[in-house]
Design a protein around this ligand. Sequence first.
Ligand code: ATP
Length: 452
Amino acid sequence: MLEQFEGAATIEKVASLCRRRAFVFPSSDIYGGLGSSFDFGHYGVLLNDNVKGEWRRSLIQERDDVVALDSAIILNPEVWVASGHVAGFSDPLVDCRTCKLRFRADQLEQSACGKRPSKHPGEIPDCDLTEPREFNLMFETFVGPVREDASRAFLRPETAQGIFVNFKNITSSMRVKPPFGIAQIGKSFRNEITPGNFLFRMREFEQMEMEFFVPPAEAEEWHRYWVEARRRWHLDLGLRESHLRVRPHELSELSHYSSATSDIEYLYPIGWLELEGVANRGDYDLRQHSEASGTTLEWIGHEERYVPYVIEPAISVVRATLAFLCDAYDEEVVADRPRTLLRLHPRLAPVKAAVLPLIGKDTAMVEQARGLYEDLRKSMSAEYDDAAAIGKRYRRQDEIGTPWALTIDEQTLDDGTITLRDRDTLQQERIPLDGAKRLLLDKLEQPWQPRA
Ligand code: ATP
């Protein structure tokens, strides 16, 4: 088992590239920022969209047993009482009477004293800690004009509950039958107290969750199936196999709703951490909501009637994006010049193709290049760039992870061919301008070999 991240990335280097190249900015930056909050710039938006698109493709588009949902962020507060979140969605916290900081009691070994920060995490020398107290992670708000207990509501800490409370709407309006899934992507909010490592732990983040409803006797088998299917998804999108492991939860770690959970962990440059959780939630949620709402949530077939068990793969967009960025980040020296690049899977890359006229002032080249770019962008995210020396333009595209650069030069004007430059191998080949779009669309469909 690897203990050290293999590759050139550190969280600091990835964060610095993200800021320099408009992927991620600190939130409310000009006011000094806000803890564990980030804003996404142009390329960050495109990358996150591609991550979500690949999730939807594998779970919804390429299957016929999963349907989509987009439920509200603020639900009837009774949902959170029934789900157990009001009583049980908490972390055990300890306060320090000396440095006044608050730590997660289960993460003391990763904490540092506020007064005398130590180089060694876990050393909190002068801290005088209180007994642990439970701290609820849900953000509260008020619905309507009156700030009173009756109008108190919560920002959802997970998207799953919106799925459970729609179980009846969906089973009665769609052609579904267990085993089937309901998939949803949307913002969740948690008042996390431990400051995050860049994107790893945020207070506001998008989750991608799927609740897969199965006959109870098949739950264990489906749990195994989804752990492997989700692990495969990460591998197919380029994460190194040696950077992924599956860790079943100990009994003491299980959430209040779960009868078994396996984490898919990724070896971030800061160590092995949870990338995705795959939980067997049993029939806990449907039963709780049936009881609390008075609406029976069960499956009624021709000959059978039961409360399905639920298998839930849950991951946030940011934890996936951060893992893809760390795995893709690379530095190398080519012809005595350093280059930084993101070896992202082409389907994840924010920009698929850059179209570059070799000489930006050459009208004929510019005309050909603009024509190609305007045709390409109808089918994929593309960029046109005619400023600066060609080497500089290539390096900029390498840093944002653009897999292919198409260069129009003098020969194009003679014979209609262009140069296709590959980001990873740096190989250049001549291809007909006319067939360029078809070629790239085909490449996007093919399996991709990272670091081949
Ligand atoms: P952790 O133990 O790291 O706090 P968790 O076990 O509470 O995570 P779950 O409740 O299982 O997380 O949430 C499902 C998924 O949502 C996680 O696997 C992770 O990908 C993501 N996630 C949870 N909390 C955060 C957060 N604060 N910031 C970003 N992503 C998060």
